[in-house]
Design a protein around this ligand. Structure first.
Ligand code: CP3
Length: 377
């Protein structure tokens, strides 16, 4: 499909024959302030002056200002308050030289908006009132309308104004991970009930994941329409699925999500924990950037994904609890391995641990920039 350029900074994918407009070879950015974004360029495998960096869970309990701001507000409630969402999203940017912000929200937000009784318990995670296991449970998951998430759209619009030249990453939970909370009922070690449904009742599994993909598409579209300039699909727990089952039971649903966003032109990132055996298929599903956890070195990950993909990752978050010289050595190794990829976004191999010292993250962001700086020209 061709790209049509309707002006200096507005490109979109043409559905029908190209009429008027100039054909673009590469995707450019909708927001002109983001034209120089190093993060977006790396996602698009374009040349960059240094390796961009952000941290999964850069907002959160590792920051004392986060704990103070959240003191009187439950997590699920915090995700519905635009002022608080804005403040919590911006907090890490005041400390770290990160190249992108990530919207403060949670993967359960669209589920709650669609009528599911689901809470986030401190120190536990998402817990549902009534797990979904039977055909009749599907009825409880109604379709989502963009108007059901006004607080998300409002927060994103405010943030895009405040962030200026820094891109905002929108996100959602991947189909397997969302299903795992609904079916197992909460956090789980082995996801037995979820996998039991996947193996035992494929029609119900497919119907459930189809609905979850629809919710996810709406959640992500609300964020992109309001100005988010990249999206990350977190299928955090899909690493418990075998490659064969991933291809049959998960990939088609993730692909629908990525296909639905293809026309928006925003880079699509995809991440899961323990997904070493699935990296190629996660790219095939339609991600532009494949996230890698700490188990697979990035130069190995390059060989597992098809050409035309950038990589994101992958310092073990637990390394940040070690002395600085260990952190430095390991971070440089990640940068070296990342150079073998067509594009590299530095990140941790999973989210920042609550006990992480924010000063260490600040130092790490600086190290990534200085160590990776490439001479101009
Ligand atoms: O800074 C950021 O990365 C943006 C904010 C963000 C949150 N959740 C806020 C949050 C993001 C991207 C998420 C995604 C999310 N939520 C995922 C995928 C990413 C991953 O970590 O794999 C998952 C699996 C969830 C579900 C969830 N929500 C869990 C497992 C937890 C942690 C439970 C705990 O207390 O240990 C949450 C709660 C949550 N979401 C917190 C934050 C900052 C902690 C809430 C608190 O302050 O008590």
């Amino acid at each position: 499909m061709p790209w049509i350029c309707g002006g200096v900074s507005r490109c979109f994918r043409a559905k029908g024959p190209v009429r008027g407009g100039r054909l673009c070879e590469t995707i450019t950015t909708v927001n002109p302030k983001l034209e120089g974004s190093v993060f977006l360029s790396a996602c698009r495998r374009q040349p960059v002056p240094y390796t961009p960096v952000w941290f999964m869970r850069q907002a959160g309990r590792s920051l004392p200002e986060y704990r103070a701001a959240r003191r009187r507000t439950a997590m699920v409630e915090a995700c519905t308050k635009p002022d608080l969402i804005t403040e919590l999203t911006l907090q890490p940017l005041r400390r770290y030289q990160v190249d992108a912000a990530i919207l403060f929200s949670d993967i359960v937000v669209p589920l709650r908006a669609a009528g599911i009784g689901i809470d986030i318990r401190p120190g536990v995670g998402p817990v549902v009132d009534k797990p979904m296991r039977a055909d009749s449970d599907l009825r409880r998951l109604r379709a989502l309308d963009p108007g059901d998430l006004p607080y998300v759209a409002e927060a994103v619009k405010t943030l895009v104004g405040e962030l200026g030249t820094t891109p905002l990453i929108g996100f959602a939970g991947g189909p397997f991970t969302l299903a795992s909370y609904l079916v197992d009922g909460g956090p789980s070690k082995n996801f037995d009930k979820t996998k039991g449904l996947m193996y035992g009742n494929p029609p119900l599994w497919d119907a459930l994941l189809r609905r979850l993909a629809d919710l996810t598409i709406t959640f992500l579209r609300v964020q992109v329409d309001a100005g988010a300039s990249a999206v990350q699909l977190f299928d955090s727990w899909v690493g418990v699925v075998s490659p064969e089952d991933y291809r049959r039971s998960v990939l088609p649903h993730s692909r629908r999500v990525f296909d639905a966003l293809a026309g928006s032109g925003v880079p699509r990132l995809h991440f899961g924990v323990g997904t070493g055996e699935l990296l190629g298929m996660m790219g095939e599903a339609g991600a532009d950037v494949v996230g890698v956890d700490w188990r697979v070195p990035l130069d190995d990950a390059v060989r597992r994904v098809e050409p035309g993909k950038a990589l994101q990752g992958n310092l073990d978050p637990a390394i940040l609890l070690a002395p600085w010289d260990v952190i430095e050595q390991r971070a440089v190794r990640v940068l070296d391995a990342g150079r073998t990829a067509e594009g590299h976004v530095f990140n941790l191999g999973h989210g920042v641990l609550p006990e992480t010292d924010p000063d260490v993250l600040a130092r790490l962001a600086e190290l990534v920039h200085t160590t990776s700086a490439r001479p101009a020209g």
